[in-house]
Design a protein around this ligand. Sequence first.
Ligand code: 8IG
Length: 276
Amino acid sequence: MSAYTNPLDDPAADPFEVAAQAASDIARLTGVDHHDIALTLGSGWGKAAELIGETTATIPATEVTGFSKPALAGHIGSLRSILTPGGKRVLVIGARTHYYEGHGVRRVVHSVRTAAATGATTMVLTNGAGGIKETWTPGTPVLISDHINLTADSPLEGATFIDLTDLYSSRLRDLARQVDPTLDEGVYCQFRGPHYETPAEVQMAKTIGGHIVGMSTALEAIAARQAGMEVLGFSLITNLAAGIQKTPLSHAEVIEAGQAAEPVISDLLARVIGQL
Ligand code: 8IG
């Protein structure tokens, strides 16, 4: 037995072996030995899995090797296996570990590596985020077209050089726009958090080409690309970023915008996943 509560905390552990172990836990606990698509549900997206298909198993993430307890109420700590009407198996990850929790980047990307180890070749990443484009109102879902990683960290270890061109697959974005032609898109800036940005930081993000500010997703997308997966990213704009919006940001407001948008984004996500 390892001396570590979480095997990923052992610096000598191979994170891909831990992910393979997690995938075998998922196969055993769900009775499904292969998943085609993985979907991470961020703030506001919690109920968006309901319409995707039939849930065949729900398991607490804490039963799966390497997963952490959720840090935040409203972030569901479960993994679900869904069978779509088209016969695809979807692994729904309701247990994101954020970088700001301070457990290191291996833990942040463990769910993505586990998804790849279950066989998933498509990774759908969703989040709640702040919007920089003034035309976006709270409750607007947008496609992620690219990212700027402002964490100064990477899930890659050692001299692992990975190309990130077309990281947020233009093929999958086109497919999403076939489902909803009104979908806008933007560049996602991952900040470390957990504080929101200052208005000056938001202006910096805007100046360097960002449209969305958040605290997840970029590191996960890099790990997904390393694992050979095709990535589709959605942000639900739950607030305008600091300084763009004139009033202070509140977590309650974020939750509220998410709830109001729920039926629309649930329908969107189910229809997009039906096309994958
Ligand atoms: I929800 O305005 C949500 N998450 N960094 N900034 C950052 N993350 C967020 C924001 C925001 N809103």
